[in-house]
Ligand binder design. Structure first.
Ligand code: ZN
Length: 198
């Protein structure tokens, strides 16, 4: 017989489907949630639903945003002539944490991966190319150091060079296969400052 009521089992089961949450953690979270005051549970669930319903992609850079433009693109103090290309909004967040990068971003939402049938038209490359029609001084490629990230970097650098724009690659400091999110800010900053022109 199931030790928990149907509702409790349902909650544990839903939580355990989240990444990194095993059965035990799901149980712990479920017990915590039912011990919370009702208004806190309501604000937690409305935060989840609100995020899902309201968050969309910034029409300029592809970052997650509550409005047409994300806070970075909307900031008049950001240097719009320098664009850093990253794979995911999480990578963007990692560079933002350094608080030293003053340019803007372009989020690809993926990387070219022929093995899995992901080609150049499956990531936000077309959007990047149309941004390059404007005034852009430099494109910094900060895709991951994985095979897919390198393939993507090579592909983009060719296109950007053809457009007559300076292109550089974040080089030293970011380990091969390194997930940008798990790298500390000092390392990221060193990588950014040590970028090499392609
Ligand atoms: Zn944006």
């Amino acid at each position: 017989m199931d030790a928990y009521s149907g509702q409790m089992t349902r909650l544990i089961q839903q939580l355990s489907q989240l990444p990194g949450i095993g059965q035990k953690t799901a149980q712990r979270l479920a017990f915590y949630i039912i011990s919370m005051p009702e208004d806190r549970v309501e604000s937690l669930s409305s935060a989840i639903i609100g995020a899902k319903q309201k968050i969309r992609l910034c029409s300029c850079c592809g970052n997650l945003s509550d409005s047409e433009l994300c806070p970075i693109c909307a900031d008049p103090d950001r240097d719009k002539r320098t664009i850093m290309v990253v794979e995911t909004p999480r990578d963007l967040a990692a560079y933002e944490k350094t608080q030293k990068y003053t340019g803007v971003y372009h989020v690809l939402h993926g990387a070219i991966d022929p093995q899995r049938g992901i080609g150049p038209s499956d990531i936000r490359l077309k959007e990047l190319m149309s941004r390059l029609q404007g005034d852009v001084d430099e494109v910094i490629i900060a895709t991951n150091s994985t095979l897919e990230g390198e393939t993507t970097a090579m592909y983009i650098s060719r296109l950007v060079k053809q457009a007559g724009i300076k292109v550089s690659r974040i080089a030293s400091g970011v380990p091969v296969g390194g997930d940008l999110e798990n790298i500390d800010e000092v390392t990221l900053l060193r990588a950014l400052n040590g970028r090499v022109e392609l």
